[in-house]
Design a protein around this ligand. Structure first.
Ligand code: UD1
Length: 390
């Protein structure tokens, strides 16, 4: 745990899966620098556990090791969520948190929020109010429910407040503070690993990324793209098309990796100019994205990171919970539509593609704003302990 302070219990900070780590790292640093905040306690649910999906990211992001790992591992959504809840409840009983701080939209985010809410412990949700309006996405359910339960909701873009107001969430609970993910990006950009190094370390010839056409980066892991053989086949066909013009590098998520093998897609990929890598560390991913001509993804965070890096992003989904990246940033929704992708690649080859601008308050100082705001909240609570809400 970090350095101590007032009489309240700790700020219990929860991470579970890869996209949580880059959001929590700047928050922990900012909390540690504010004397008016209670100590922090970092809890890892263990949703992600592989070295490549987990420890490497902790090291890259200079995250302290968790104070506690609940080691829930994989399972169906119900099993995973229930297991996090079962293991998190006694921790809450034991440490009596001042509040529980959750980030993003993974199963661990919702599970810990449910436990805290039943215990009447205040919940702080960082990255609140994003909506894809697509309930096929497990993350959309996690977002909707976590926001209903949260007492303080920190948002990354102004439209998020509109979504929350529509769902009956009082504006007094919502604060527009910017994007903590971009805090991490700006803090670590200078340490990004050069792409040739990443490719060579994986045993490939760096020439694959050093040709005149440059290179593109792929990440795919959404169930809607990789869990169904026909959909994954379509996605791969799109990538093969693109690779004829721009060679691609693809760090493959475990979910996609096992389905490439199961659906017999390995040979098609091998024959195309598509280099498959293991999941990469944060600094390797930054290096890949920052120097790519195009990034093709279904990740939420990467839509934001490419916007901040001014690199064109083709999102292989029909919707996004991050519309600001389309309206202001470099993102274009292309789904698995070959014609749409071809048009975008034409534009990228001809003009460099969409450049966009960096959205308001994506300035590297979001965690600091959150820490200052929480310090005020703690001060108000210490003087009026019976009041629970913001
Ligand atoms: C989870 C999040 C998703 C996030 C993604 C980033 C939910 C609902 N989904 O999806 O929002 O974008 O993380 O990676 O919370 N596996 C491993 N090693 C690990 C972790 C998982 O091999 O360290 C395997 C599991 O066995 C499983 C698959 O990867 O088969 C999926 O893992 P899971 O945690 O269920 O969801 P993700 O698809 O990673």
């Amino acid at each position: 745990m970090s350095e101590a302070s007032p009489s309240l219990g700790p700020l219990v900070c929860v991470v579970g899966a890869r996209p949580n780590y880059m959001k929590m790292a700047p928050l922990l640093r900012a909390f540690a620098s504010r004397g008016g905040l209670p100590k922090t306690m970092l809890i890892h649910t263990g949703q992600h556990y592989d070295l490549a999906m987990n420890e490497r990211l902790f090291t890259d992001l200079q995250l302290p090791p968790p104070d506690l790992n609940l080691e829930v591992g994989s399972g169906t959504h119900a099993v995973q969520t229930a297991e996090v809840m079962r293991r998190f409840e006694p921790v809450v009983d034991d440490v009596k948190p001042a509040c529980v701080i959750v980030v993003g939209d993974v199963n661990s985010t919702l599970a810990c929020s449910l436990v805290a809410s039943k215990k009447r412990i205040s919940i702080v949700h960082v990255e609140a109010g994003l909506r894809s309006f697509d309930r096929e996405m497990p993350e959309e359910i996690n977002r909707l429910l976590t926001d209903q339960l949260a007492d303080i909701l920190y948002t990354t873009e102004r439209d998020a407040s509109v979504n929350l107001a529509r769902e009956g969430i009082d504006a007094s609970r919502v604060r527009f503070v910017g994007n903590v993910m971009i805090d991490s990006l700006l803090a670590h950009k200078a340490r990004a690993v050069p792409v040739a190094t990443t490719v060579a370390r994986a045993g490939f010839d760096p020439a694959v990324v050093e040709g005149a056409a440059g290179f593109g980066v792929v990440t795919l892991h959404r169930p809607s793209n990789v869990d169904d053989p026909a959909s994954f086949g379509e996605a791969v066909a799109v990538l093969v098309d693109v690779a004829q013009r721009i060679p691609l590098v693809w760090p493959v998520h475990p979910r996609a990796r096992s389905n490439i093998d199961r659906f017999g897609l390995a040979a098609t990929l091998r024959d195309a100019a598509i280099t498959l890598l293991e999941p990469q560390g944060y600094l390797e991913m930054l290096g890949l994205m920052a120097t790519a001509r195009v990034v093709m993804t279904d990740s939420g965070g990467i839509q934001e990171e490419t916007t901040a890096l001014a690199v064109p992003c083709l999102t292989m989904r029909e919707n996004t919970e991050r519309p600001i990246t389309v309206v202001q940033g470099t993102n274009t929704l292309v789904g698995r539509n070959r014609k749409r992708v071809r048009d975008c690649i034409d534009d990228i080859v001809r003009t460099g593609g969409k450049r966009g601008r960096v959205p308001e308050l994506w300035d590297g100082k979001t965690a600091e704003r959150i820490a200052i705001d929480l310090e005020r909240w703690v001060a108000a609570r210490t003087s009026a302990p019976e009041r629970r809400v913001a």
